[in-house]
Design a protein. Structure first.
Length: 444
């Protein structure tokens, strides 16, 4: 447990680079603009000095601890840093007693608990009465889903904020600042190419602390030139990261060439080629979550209802990447890539949405038919909203001949199922439905 004053100590250059460059104000804080941008929820809470207990949920190295410290400084609160490993119930109660005394004197206490999911139920429960009374503002940080890892009673009293991996461009700016800032490596003259800084940003996968650690190690192992400057070469960076500098740029042509190769290999039911292109991307430092998102898209675009299980497999692979990270999740992605490669293929859903979107864009003002509008007020009912609606569950077949498209689009067919995999049964069922609806109309 660590209790800090509001006065920052002089920077010790023997400290880790990430600690020396830790931002002290929101203006210097990198990322999380979805929370801290103008008009966003957390920014508004801070501007109005109306903070409450909260949970920061996000991957490592995205600034959870730093943001908690900044909040304490901005709100002029005492800051108590708890460790889930070394702090027990006795330590919690001692701090709560001091916080209660401070509250009586008009001073707030922010208690920060890193990796709060590691606290057991009794430890988490020990915070409850003090959070309820307002003796403390609790800020918990976790890399795990708080819905599963934090007691529901405590979670219900906290606002959950999801922190995102830091954008590569932001990490690149952070690395450049580290090279020039006197608190960082600015006391040295460092020679490093921009492409190598880009590579560090790629390797770090949105983790600012990891990026700074790589840079620090690379500079420490750099070549000292005759003029005293330090040169970081590609070879040194490869040694520090354990990765080869493959021909790859996540924002350039090769990035799109490789994801295209992966996608088209799966579409062509070639698992060997698909796994090869997958490994090319991962070994070059691609973000596994990016690959997983592309697989989720592929599952619906190229397989769809021919094998609906494909979407579940792809989503599970994304979750596995989030839980495991690299390199452990490489086999999870391989699992999904092989499954998607071998699944029956259908682009019927992709084609259906394309057809519907073309009509939607050119016919944006087509009125919703009155009989399928929701007549929830007397005025709406007077205007015949919902009049003539046919409730399918009232029929034996659970089908009516009611038309649900606007009059100008009657007869349009967007979804044309194929005969691939499970979609063959869907095609047969759709044909049966159309015959049944036609019969119902004829019998009127």
């Amino acid at each position: 447990m660590e209790q800090l004053s509001l006065f920052a100590e002089e920077i010790n250059l023997s400290m880790p680079l990430a600690s020396r460059l830790r931002p002290e104000t929101l203006e210097d804080y990198i990322g999380q603009q979805h929370l801290l941008g103008e008009g966003k929820v957390l920014k508004n809470m801070l501007d109005k000095d109306m903070i409450s207990s909260m949970i920061f949920w996000g991957p490592p190295g995205v600034g959870k601890t730093t943001l908690a410290r900044i909040i304490a400084g901005k709100t002029k609160s005492s800051f108590v840093d708890f460790s889930a490993v070394t702090s027990g119930i006795k330590e919690i109660k001692d701090v709560m007693k001091q916080a209660e005394n401070d509250r009586m004197m008009g001073r707030r206490t922010i208690v920060f608990v890193d990796e709060i999911h590691r606290f057991n139920k009794a430890q988490q429960d020990a915070f409850l009465p003090y959070v309820e009374k307002g003796s403390i503002i609790l800020i918990g940080a976790t890399t795990e889903n708080p819905s599963f890892e934090i007691n529901s009673a405590l979670l219900s009293r906290c606002k959950v904020f999801v922190l995102q991996a830091i954008d590569r461009n932001d990490i690149r700016c952070l690395l450049k600042r580290a090279i020039t800032d006197k608190k960082g490596l600015g006391t040295y003259q460092i020679n490093i190419e921009d492409r190598l800084l880009d590579a560090i940003a790629v390797f770090s996968s949105g983790d600012a602390r990891a990026a700074l650690n790589i840079l620090d190690m690379a500079v420490l192992n750099g070549k000292i030139e005759e003029d005293g400057s330090i040169t970081v070469s590609e070879e040194i960076l490869e040694q520090c990261t354990g990765k080869k500098m493959l021909l790859y740029d996540r924002s350039g042509e090769e990035h799109y060439n490789l994801i295209s190769a992966l996608h088209k290999s799966m579409r062509n039911s070639d698992p060997d080629a698909a796994v090869y292109w997958l490994s090319r991307m991962l070994e070059a430092g691609e973000d596994p979550l990016y690959v997983a998102r592309r697989l989720v898209r592929f599952a619906s675009e190229d397989i769809g209802i021919a094998d609906s299980q494909a979407l579940q497999v792809a989503v599970a692979a994304y979750q596995a990447c989030h839980f495991n990270g690299m390199p452990e999740c490489n086999v999870n992605l391989t699992h999904a890539v092989v499954y998607l490669s071998m699944a029956p293929k259908s682009n019927a859903l992709y084609v259906a949405y394309g057809r519907a979107s073309r009509d939607a864009k050119t016919m944006l003002t087509e009125p919703v038919p009155l009989h399928i509008r929701n007549g929830v007020t007397p005025l709406m009912q007077e205007l015949h909203y919902g009049e003539g609606y046919q409730y399918a569950h009232d029929t034996e077949e659970k089908i009516t001949d009611m038309k649900c498209l606007p009059d100008s689009l009657q007869g349009r067919r967007y979804y044309e199922p194929t005969s691939q995999g499970q979609e063959a049964a869907v095609k047969e069922k759709l044909t049966e439905i159309e015959v049944m609806k036609r019969r119902l109309r004829e019998n009127k």
